[in-house]
Each structure stands twice: as structure tokens, then as C-alpha cells.
Design a protein around this ligand. Structure first.
Ligand code: ADP
Ligand code: MG
Length: 540
């Protein structure tokens, strides 16, 4: 088998063919709920708005080539990651050391520290009413070119608000539909149905919710979605709601943290989460809580918002994620796992005091490690890092109190990205921007950052990206030049999985995938932030 030449992508199309594909794609998207809310003219801090218009999600016209072997490998690894992160979330000592506000990154990062202190207070008061946790995970990967070989490398592991499952399913369906209707004008021999993998992420994620609902054991209880008031990616979440109701007869209640400050209370004896409803005379009991908010400091405009988050944590509802599971998704945890001997901690029950199902992490340790790039902490005093410095020509003398981790980051800046403890895009510092950033970084904030080697993706692969008209007022002038751009791109694969777990048990499954594609001129990958588009794969 010959290897695929990425720089031949995408196949050549005439302007007329491009126009026909764009018409097919945008029409499909609008017909099938592959949608966003347009940017709001009058944002609200508290209430979701009632939609009056929608725009199609940003899209790729032709799926992105991805090596079949690496695609399969990523899917097969997901169960291992599901179990690993479930074990991390159950390991209180580990999370205290890595994420805590006394010994860990919570000292330097106020947001992480506040979440950790809230969790600690609850567990010390013996107020953890629910032993089960639900994780809906997404492990993100890029292809790394090293010595002419392609390797699958993990960007990050998401344990909170892992979005775009339903929309990615629809993006894959759109590409399959375009293939069926146009054969992509026979532009490439790779564009055949066999190379378009199945995507049924929505039902898989919903299976996770329904398992949690069943475990809670109250048939008429509802699932709570905690949402941001100005969320534009509402249709993605809505598809989960529809599937829960239509396939599992489970109702969903959507509320913001501000709503919940008024509506939520705990039953004094059972700690059941009870929500009063403005439309229903009797209150709802909540079986599971899906946090589609609370992952970023701006979700907490005042301290009382944290009180509401902690009230939810104390409830008997199954949290997706619980505070420890949210903390387990920290970038600092991802870095800590790469340190010598740390992964081994999760091979057995020591430290975690937690038995699990038969999946033997030991057997997969090498596969997991092979997906990691080099990572270290900026405040690291590690001897291995100091030794690495000794091998660099310009390392110079130890500079007073500057820790080896920071010195190494400065010297290797062109091949690094620095990341703080934040989710949702737009927070990282890349390559050439690193030295000046380090100059300005206060010493006490160093501990909040990790350095990560850049994944070097295949060069010269391009795509046709389609954006909705920037105008939300409907004055679409139909100009195709403005709508479709051909640019060089990077594509990020995400694999979804769920895990329902507690002391001694875990039910987990790999449930689907997503591809986001972005222009190489943009370092970031957040689809909702407008930097990238929804895509799917053509396996090569
Ligand atoms: P966030 O929580 O903000 O999504 P990520 O770790 O996913 O943080 O980083 C955001 C984006 O930055 C990624 O989608 C990817 O495009 C880029 N990125 C992050 N880490 C790397 C890396 N090691 N190599 C190359 N690109 C990266
Ligand atoms: Mg990310």
C-alpha cells in the first residue's frame, strides 16, 4: 500500500462544481439542524434567548483525509482513557497534590483553587450524597509528522462540556449525502462510501446519560442541563435532549446557574436535587446534571454562583462531571501523567482504593504513552529537565531563581505551546510569543502553566471551508467567493466516550468521533469561537 500524499488534497474542482457542492452542503446543514445561533445583538447574563433565526455551522465541503490505522487506534484507545480518567477522578490524594490549593496548581490558579476548596469542604463534611460520577469525554488528537512517519498525538482530554458530538454526526452525514448525490464529481478515487466511517455519536452520548438515569433509579426524575446564558451552540445540545426524550422517555430541564440560584434546593433527608419550575406546579427531582457551563471563570460572575455549583455537588444527582472529574480534566493532570511512575499509579487500586472492571491498563500503557507529547511544568525543578538544559548549547548559567522548567521553555520556545488551566480556547501562548510572555509572567503564576511540545501536523493539506454569511440579518448576497475559502488546514480528531463509575465499578464505552478543521494561520481550534469548521474524515 502506498502512503497518502497530503499535499494533493483537496482534489481539483471547477468553480461550477464548487458552487454546486456549497449549495448542497449549506442546504443539507440548514435542513438537518447542523446549526448555530447567530451572534447575539443583546447578550444577557442570566437568561437563554428564544431563537428567531439560525445559521448553518461553519463546514468543510470535502472530508479530510485521515489514515485508517490511526483513526482505528484512536477509537480503540478510548476505553483505556475512559478507565484511566475515571481512576484519576477517584484518586483524592493525587488530585489534591496536582490540582489542590494547598500543594497543587490551585495555589497559583484562583479558579482551580476555588473549585478544589469547594470540593474539599463538601467531602470533609461527609456531604457527598452520590457515589457515582458520569463522564462524557472527548480525547483530542492531531497527526504528528516525525521522521516521515505519522503518529497520533493527544492535544488534550476533555472531562467537561465535551461538545459537538451531535453536530459532528450531522457533518459526517452531510458529507455522505453529498457523496451519494454528486459522487464529488469523481474528483478523487478516495471519495467512496467505504472510506466514510459511520458516526452515531449522539445515541452513544445519550446512552451514557440514560445509564446514569437508570442507576439513579427514579423513573420520573429529569436530567438537568446547566447552560451558559449566551450559548450559541444550542442545537448541538438540543439534539441530545431530543434523543433522550424520544428514545429513552427521559425529560431534560435546561437552566443557567442564575436560574438555579432561585430554583434549586436539596431534600433535607435524601439530598435529592429538587427544582421548582415556573411552568409546572409540582417540582422536579433531578437524576443527573450535565454541566455545559462552569468550566470557565466567566461562568461565575459573583461568588454566589460558586455557592450554587457547590449546592449541586452536594446533591444526590449524578454529576457529569463531578468536581473531582472536572479537576481530573485539568491540563496539569495531563502533564502530571507524563512524569515518571505516575501512570503506573493508576494500574492497580493502590492510592485510588478502587477496583475496576477487568480492563488492564498495564497492557495498554505503552499505547497510551505513545500518544503523549513532551510536557513539563514551568515551575519544574525536575532533574531530568535540568539535565536536558545541560545538553542545549545556549543554556548558559543557572539564572538565579528561574526554575529549569521555565528556562527550558524559553530555550525551546519555537517548538512549544504554553497552556494555563483553562478550557474553551483562546488561552494558549505559541512558539515565538513565548519569550516575551515569560518575561512578563509574575513568578507566582508560573505554577499555573505547563509547557507542551508542538504537534507538527502534515503540511500542504488544504480544504474548502464554508462559513455562514457574517450578517445575521438575512442579507446574504449569495457571493460564493466570500462564502468558500480554500486554505491550508490542520484537522483535529476528537474521540468521544462515556464512563459511569464509582467505588469498584465502571461502565464505559467509546461512542463516536468528530473532526474540526482550521486554517493553519490560526493556532486555535475552537469551532464556536469561529476559528474552525466542522468536518469529517475520508479514511486513507
Ligand atoms: P482548550 O481547552 O482551549 O481547547 P487545547 O489544549 O485543546 O485547549 O488547545 C487549543 C488548540 O490549540 C487545540 O485545538 C490545537 O489546535 C492547539 N494546540 C494545543 N496543543 C497543541 C500542541 N501540542 N501542538 C499543536 N497544536 C496544539
Ligand atoms: Mg481543546
Amino acid at each position: 500500500m502506498t502512503s497518502f500524499n497530503f499535499s494533493t488534497w483537496p482534489p481539483q474542482l471547477t468553480p461550477e462544481q464548487l458552487e454546486a457542492l456549497t449549495l448542497a452542503a449549506t442546504t443539507y446543514a440548514l435542513s438537518h439542524g447542523l446549526l448555530y445561533l447567530p451572534p447575539s445583538q443583546s447578550p444577557s447574563n442570566t437568561q437563554p434567548r428564544i431563537p428567531t433565526t439560525a445559521i448553518h455551522a461553519p463546514l468543510s465541503l470535502i472530508p479530510t483525509p485521515f489514515p485508517r490505522a490511526q483513526f482505528q487506534a484512536a477509537r480503540e484507545l478510548q476505553s483505556v482513557y475512559n478507565v484511566l480518567y475515571a481512576r484519576v477522578a477517584m484518586d483524592t490524594h493525587f488530585l489534591d497534590a496536582v490540582m489542590g490549593a494547598e500543594e497543587g496548581v490551585g495555589k497559583a490558579d484562583e479558579f482551580t483553587g476555588t473549585l478544589w476548596r469547594g470540593w474539599k469542604k463538601i467531602r470533609e463534611h461527609g456531604a457527598l450524597a452520590q457515589p457515582l460520577h458520569l463522564g462524557l469525554f472527548r480525547s483530542d488528537y492531531l497527526l504528528h509528522t516525525a521522521e516521515d512517519r505519522l503518529a497520533l498525538k493527544q492535544v488534550e482530554f476533555n472531562t467537561i462540556s465535551s461538545s459537538f458530538g451531535p453536530l459532528s454526526e450531522r457533518a459526517a452525514a452531510m458529507h455522505r449525502n453529498i457523496l451519494a448525490s454528486t459522487s464529488y464529481f469523481s474528483a478523487s478515487p478516495h471519495l467512496t462510501a467505504d472510506n466514510f466511517p459511520e458516526n452515531s455519536t449522539t445515541s452513544g452520548l445519550v446512552e451514557g446519560f440514560s445509564k446514569a438515569h437508570e442507576a439513579y433509579g427514579v423513573r420520573d426524575a429529569r436530567i438537568l442541563f446547566v447552560v451558559q446564558p449566551n450559548e450559541r451552540n444550542v442545537f448541538d445540545q438540543q439534539w441530545l435532549e431530543y434523543e433522550l426524550l424520544e428514545k429513552h422517555q427521559i425529560h431534560v430541564v435546561r437552566q443557567t446557574l442564575a436560574d438555579l440560584a432561585v430554583s434549586a434546593s436539596l431534600d433535607p433527608s435524601t439530598h435529592a436535587l429538587i427544582l421548582t419550575s415556573p411552568t409546572n406546579s409540582s417540582p422536579y427531582e433531578i437524576s443527573a446534571i450535565y454541566f455545559h457551563a462552569t468550566y470557565t471563570p466567566s461562568d461565575f460572575p459573583s461568588p454566589s454562583y460558586y455557592d450554587t455549583r457547590f449546592l449541586l455537588e452536594r446533591s444526590r444527582a449524578i454529576k457529569c462531571p463531578s468536581l473531582p472529574l472536572q479537576l481530573a480534566g485539568g491540563k496539569k493532570v495531563q502533564e502530571a501523567l507524563t512524569r515518571p511512575g505516575v501512570l503506573e499509579r493508576f494500574f492497580n487500586n493502590e492510592g485510588a482504593k478502587w477496583g475496576a472492571r477487568a480492563l488492564d491498563l498495564t497492557a495498554h500503557a505503552a499505547d497510551i504513552r505513545a500518544t503523549w507529547m513532551g510536557m513539563w511544568a514551568l515551575d519544574s525543578e525536575d532533574v531530568d529537565i535540568a539535565a536536558a538544559l545541560d545538553h542545549l548549547p545556549d543554556a548558559g548559567q543557572a539564572q538565579g531563581s528561574v526554575p529549569p522548567g521555565t528556562r527550558l521553555a524559553r530555550l525551546k520556545a519555537p517548538s512549544l505551546v504554553l497552556k494555563p488551566q483553562r478550557e474553551g480556547g483562546g488561552n494558549n501562548v505559541y512558539r515565538e510569543a513565548i519569550p516575551a510572555f515569560l518575561d512578563a509572567l509574575p513568578t507566582e503564576e508560573r505554577e499555573a502553566w505547563i509547557a507542551m511540545e508542538m504537534i507538527e501536523t502534515p503540511r500542504g493539506v488544504s480544504a474548502y471551508l464554508v462559513r455562514a454569511s457574517p450578517s445575521s440579518s438575512g442579507t446574504d448576497n449569495g457571493s460564493i467567493e466570500k462564502k468558500v475559502v480554500r486554505v491550508e488546514v490542520i484537522s483535529e480528531l476528537g474521540i468521544f466516550g462515556y464512563a459511569l463509575f464509582g467505588e469498584g465499578e465502571v461502565v464505559e464505552r467509546e461512542v463516536g468521533w468528530l473532526v474540526r478543521t482550521k486554517g493553519t494561520e490560526s493556532n486555535e481550534g475552537g469551532v464556536a469561537a469561529g476559528f474552525s469548521v466542522l468536518d469529517s474524515v475520508v479514511l486513507v
